[in-house]
Design a protein around this ligand. Structure first.
Ligand code: T46
Length: 139
């Protein structure tokens, strides 16, 4: 598994539902420093297409649905469908991600371990593969 799926604590009653993300309960393994969300994405548009050197994130599709393609740069890939607000996908650093197949009503919430830093992005796939291989060789 490249991404880690976590089941979030949901409290539902006749009046509705509430979902909690708590670092220690869900064994998230990092502090959350930034929150953003993606919505109004055109269905055929592919977002992401990058990796992060340090950043770790949890993706939660709080409304609608979308798919996430993950690639660890070492020959393994994975497709994850998100369509439930009480499921989170943890993506560690050094994972190439692409988000696609957005439903018209998709709201993708992201909880991130670091503040925004463009220098942390690798936006070119060949450079990503090179970077992962340099990590493996310890250079
Ligand atoms: C990721 C996936 C899941 C900011 O100014 N601050 C921010 O915190 C973020 C996340 C983005 N931006 C700016 C940078 C771009 O001008 O917002 C614009 C769109 O960002 P980007 O093209 O990187 O969006 P996505 O949907 O391709 O990727 C985002 C995150 O950037 C990325 O970290 O893993 O969502």
């Amino acid at each position: 598994m490249i991404g880690r799926i976590i089941k979030l604590e949901k409290h539902s009653d006749a009046d509705g539902s509430l979902v909690v993300v708590e670092k220690n309960k869900e064994k998230i393994g990092f502090d959350i420093k930034r929150v953003y969300y993606i919505y109004n994405t055109k269905q055929l548009f592919v977002r992401g297409k990058h990796a992060h050197k340090q950043l770790k994130q949890i993706l939660i599709c709080v409304h609608g649905s979308c798919k996430i393609h993950l690639d660890n740069g070492r020959g393994e890939t994975e497709e994850v469908s998100l369509s439930t607000p009480d499921i989170g996908l943890i993506i560690e650093s050094n994972v190439w991600r692409e988000m696609y197949d957005f439903s018209y009503d998709c709201v993708l919430l992201v909880l991130a371990s670091m503040e925004y830093d463009e220098k942390d992005y690798i936006r070119d796939y060949a450079s990503f593969k090179k970077y992962v291989s340099s990590l493996q060789k310890g250079v």
